[in-house]
Design a protein around this ligand. Structure first.
Ligand SMILES: O=c1ccn([C@@H]2O[C@@H]3COP(=O)(O)O[C@H]3[C@H]2O)c(=O)[nH]1
Length: 244
């Protein structure tokens, strides 16, 4: 499967950039993991919107889902023009009344996912794990028919679940919202040091740090993660592409 990073900023998009968005492609299937602010514009450098099969929303914070409402309108228009033949499948992690509110539900099939859900899209299998965050939030594991796997963390504080869920995956795309000196700032996010600790136990083939802060030197995040994890560490960037 092929991964393209569409956006990697936490909180809000930097100039001409995007917040969380990751395109996965495998044998004609196209899945977008998160659809934060700025993602829809950047995404069209890599695929037409009509070709998207599904979107997974890890949680209902704007930097992970703001552009899904624009994607709903794009789906509506492309179906009315006959360029798209089927509604967009939207998989979203929420609890209780905390949910997406689409204006044209006939163009989006919304599925609530839980840690028990197993979703198949083409030859890709998706599983979910609950994180520690301010609102209900999941990590997503995608496994190809060939047995290759990726975990995208969404937003999470340090917890055993993300370690267990990520164990032995080929690629771990892990949030690293803060520098280590900010450890006490917010329990719903990781410092780079904590990201490194998770990777040191989970032992992914490759670690990609994402959901990055708008200040400081991002190379410092790599250094802080590498104190704990001695495998390959990369910073996410818009347009980063990997074949897994
Ligand atoms: O004490 C705090 C709390 C939050 N934040 C940022 O605001 C963002 C809000 O959405 P998010 O939860 O996806 O990510 C959060 C962080 O990027 C921060 O920098 N410091």
């Amino acid at each position: 499967m092929d991964l393209t990073v569409i956006g990697y900023w936490g909180a809000y998009p930097d100039k001409n950039e995007a917040t969380s968005g990751y395109l996965l492609e495998h044998k004609g299937s196209k899945i977008l993991l998160d659809c934060g602010s700025g993602v829809l514009s950047k995404l069209q450098n890599y695929t037409t919107l009509e070709e998207l099969d599904a979107v997974v929303i890890t949680h209902l914070h704007a930097d992970h889902m703001a552009d899904v409402y624009s994607l709903e309108f794009a789906t509506l228009i492309s179906m009315q023009l006959g360029r798209r033949l089927k509604p967009l499948e939207v998989y979203v992690y929420y609890k209780d009344s905390n949910r997406l509110d689409f204006s044209y539900p006939q163009y989006v099939n919304v599925h609530q996912v839980t840690p028990q859900s197993v979703v198949t899209i083409g030859e890709l299998t998706l599983e979910f794990s609950e994180n520690i965050h301010e609102v209900p939030c999941c990590a997503v594991k995608v496994t190809s028919g060939e047995g290759k796997s990726l975990v995208y963390s969404g937003d999470t504080g340090y917890c055993q679940k993300i370690i267990d869920f990520s164990w032995g995956v080929d690629v771990l795309v892990l949030e690293s919202s803060f520098y280590s000196w900010q450890k006490e700032l917010n329990q719903g996010h990781l410092t780079a040091g904590e990201a490194g600790q998770i990777a040191a136990i989970a032992q992914p083939g490759r670690l990609i740090l994402t959901h990055l802060p708008h200040y400081g030197d991002h190379q410092q995040l790599v250094l802080e993660a590498s104190v704990h994890y001695n495998g390959e560490i990369q910073l996410a960037y818009c347009g980063m592409r990997l074949t897994i």
